[in-house]
Design a protein around this ligand. Structure first.
Ligand SMILES: *Cc1c(COP(=O)(O)O)cnc(C)c1O
Length: 350
């Protein structure tokens, strides 16, 4: 039995090319951690590890269950980027040799209570004001119980080369690093940092979106996934008729409208605006009407040989996910991680 479904095709060759390109940006001595949280940004965590383990130096994630899945498949270093939240998690982290970020006093206490204290990444707040110890708190912190091996922070605006916050954050970060001479290694860059500030790569970079091709404004990185589904119906719509829920859009001439077997339940956002371009073969066609739970409607008037069963590609290596995200006030990160489990995943190399 084959069931009709929306499909997500993951191109391993492009992931490899993106990783290789990103590595050329930074010093060879810097370790490349692949950020694979949230199911490798929707790219299938297990497949990622199986296919790309040789291309990277380690993994960075948030959830412990995902870190354990990676550990089953790889012996490489694994970083828990937000640390552990109770004794059980601390014990699991240590037993599996995970490197562990500590960003609150509570985490330090929990971590110190359990087994040996090593592989610690101390997270400091250098200006993002979300997670981590601020410089002033650090000075009265009793860090004697722990010996961090890596000092870590995160940039708020790394994708913006000209934002002055970046240099402020580097300055605060390096001041702290100089004060704590027992901590030998540093990590601050994500993808935006690798592209814009590679001189700060230090000992470890933490690269996510760039590997998947979702970083804006870097031509060398390509979208690694094709998200597509098939046309299930083609209807003639008369001038003056409206299409879909709420009659959001009205045809200003006679049109052919195709309904595609995919909707917001698959992860194609309901709020996608009319006119957003998707691909049918070599043709660009606009979204026409509000996205429903299981159907997307597109205007196919200009494609003469359009047929039931034709594939409609929402994004692909040829049609960057950044274009559709930017035109719809989304970020590529969110578009990638919205894809629902029910969508059929296909992994391939070309
Ligand atoms: C998600 C995350 C990253 C990766 O960021 P990208 O922009 O996807 O490269 C790096 N560091 C931390 C702390 C993160 O949470």
């Amino acid at each position: 039995m084959t069931l009709l479904n929306a499909e997500l095709h993951i191109n391993v060759s492009i992931l490899k090319e993106n990783i290789c390109y990103l590595k050329t940006r930074i010093d060879k001595k810097s370790n490349f951690l692949a950020v694979v949280k949230a199911n490798a940004y929707g790219h299938s965590l297990k497949k990622f590890v199986e296919k790309l383990d040789d291309y990277i130096d380690g993994y960075a994630l948030v959830r412990l269950d995902e870190a354990l899945q990676v550990r089953d498949l790889s012996k490489k270093p694994i970083l828990l980027m937000q640390g552990i939240y109770d004794d059980d998690e601390a014990i699991i982290a240590k037993r599996n040799g995970f490197m562990c970020v500590l960003h609150t006093q509570e985490q330090i206490r929990t971590y110190s209570r359990n087994l040996e204290n090593k592989n610690i990444w101390l997270k400091v707040n250098t200006g993002m004001n979300r997670l981590g110890f601020s410089e002033d708190v650090l000075t009265d912190l009793n860090l004697l119980n722990i010996k961090p091996s890596v000092l870590m922070s995160h940039l708020a605006s790394s994708d913006d080369l000209y934002n002055p916050s970046n240099n402020k954050q580097f300055k605060v970060f390096n001041n702290i690093f100089e004060k704590y001479s027992d901590i030998k290694q540093r990590s601050i860059l994500n993808t935006g940092g690798i592209i814009n500030f590679p001189e700060h790569a230090y000992d470890w970079v933490r690269c996510g979106i760039g590997m998947y091709g979702g970083f804006n404004g870097e031509e060398n990185l390509k979208t690694a996934i094709t998200f597509k589904s098939k046309i299930i119906s083609i209807n003639n719509v008369k001038k003056g008729d409206s299409v879909g829920y709420g009659g959001r859009i009205t045809a200003n001439s006679d049109k052919k409208i195709a309904s595609v077997y995919c909707g917001y339940a698959d992860g194609f956002p309901q709020s996608i605006i009319d006119g957003t371009k998707v691909m049918i073969g070599e043709h660009e066609v606009p979204i026409f009407g509000r996205v429903s739970m299981d159907i997307v409607t597109v205007d196919v008037t200009d494609i003469p040989d359009i047929q039931f069963g034709n594939w409609v590609e929402f994004w692909s290596p040829k049609n960057s996910i950044n274009k559709i995200s930017n035109n719809n006030s989304f970020i590529s990160y969110e578009m990638m991680t919205r894809i629902d489990d029910r969508v059929k995943k296909v992994i391939y190399e070309d």
